[in-house]
Design a protein around this ligand. Structure first.
Ligand code: BDR
Ligand code: CA
Length: 308
């Protein structure tokens, strides 16, 4: 059983990623969830993480992480994720409370207590992970892998070249990509094509199971925004991380060299990817996913939704 720590900013697709975590309980054991300011302000995403953990019966502790990126000011994304961070959906209240307001120390301690190395799954800006690595460099020996949603080498979404999570905190991303850790990246190159259709969203929304219904309702908000759809599908970017851990066979990847543009200017936050045939393989710091079997991917995702 793989032990994972989730670092997220729920967030519509973050919420669906947590649903996948629940559906993968036989393969993945989640030991903690940290919030990071990104799609919405810290209070909103932390509250969403607590409510989602309750709704999905995920017992792991939820902790509050960074309230702002390392250097630049916080700029949320209500136009994509709605006023509650989950469209207009207000999830049922929960009595679950944050296990710590100092989530990075809590994450460090929890990881160090485990017998096995832990896989960290960041699906928001990389602020918390950069802080973890800078505050507690010894934690690196206890990390199996980072499976990150972020970056783009073909086309961006926050800007022409930059993807939202990296764009929100480029300095943090630079720290993480230069950490020498074992890193797999689910970038927009593939996540744009990992989507769900309107018919299946509707079926979930009509389910009598409350959790499935809420997943359908939340996704419907995003699906109804035209720019969110690619070839008629709603991309579920963050979901790709969990599917990588449970069903890596649906993807292909290559080892490349990735750096982050932290300069002011039109490429700020872009991931610079060296994929040249003659790149120095010794210097490759990332397993960059390049291809996905869309049909197989959606089959796994739908099977998961119908088990929660
Ligand atoms: C990423 O940005 C966020 O808006 C999503 O939750 C996802 O993590 C996609 O670029
Ligand atoms: Ca996210």
């Amino acid at each position: 059983m793989k032990k994972i720590w989730i670092d997220c900013d729920p967030g519509i697709d973050d919420a669906m990623m947590l649903a996948m975590v629940k559906a993968s309980e036989d393969k993945l054991k989640v030991i903690g969830i940290s919030s990071v300011a990104g799609n919405q302000y810290s209070d909103i995403v932390t509250n969403n993480a607590l409510k989602l953990a309750s709704l999905l019966n995920i017992e792991a502790p939820v902790v509050r992480g960074a309230r702002e990126p390392l250097i630049q000011p916080m700029k949320p994304c209500p136009e994509v994720h709605g006023p509650t961070g989950l469209g207009y959906t207000i999830l049922p209240e929960t009595e679950k409370e944050v296990a710590s307001e100092h989530g990075i120390s809590f994450m460090y301690q929890t990881i160090m207590e485990q017998e096995e190395r832990v896989t960290i799954v960041p699906t928001g800006p990389l602020t918390n992970i950069a802080l973890l690595l800078k505050l507690y460099p010894e934690v690196k020996d206890h990390i199996e892998e980072l499976v990150i949603m972020g970056g783009a080498s073909v086309i961006g979404n926050a800007s022409a070249t930059a993807e939202f999570n990296i764009y929100t905190d480029p300095e943090a991303a630079k720290i993480v990509f230069s950490s020498n850790l074992n890193i797999t990246v689910c970038s927009l190159d593939i996540t744009n094509y990992c989507g769900i259709d309107g018919e299946n969203i509707e079926k979930l929304k009509n389910s009598s199971n409350r959790t499935q219904h809420l997943c359908g309702e939340i996704m419907e908000f995003a699906y109804n925004q035209n720019e969110a759809r690619i070839n008629g599908l709603l991309s579920l970017h963050d979901v790709c991380t969990i599917i990588y851990l449970t069903n890596p066979e649906v993807y292909k990847g290559i080892r490349i060299i990735v750096d982050v543009d932290c300069n002011e200017g039109i490429n700020r936050g872009a991931t610079i990817c060296d994929k040249r045939e003659y790149r120095n393989l010794q210097q490759c710091n990332v397993n960059w996913l390049t291809d996905v079997n869309q049909e197989a991917w959606l089959n796994v995702v739908l099977r998961n939704f119908w088990t929660i």
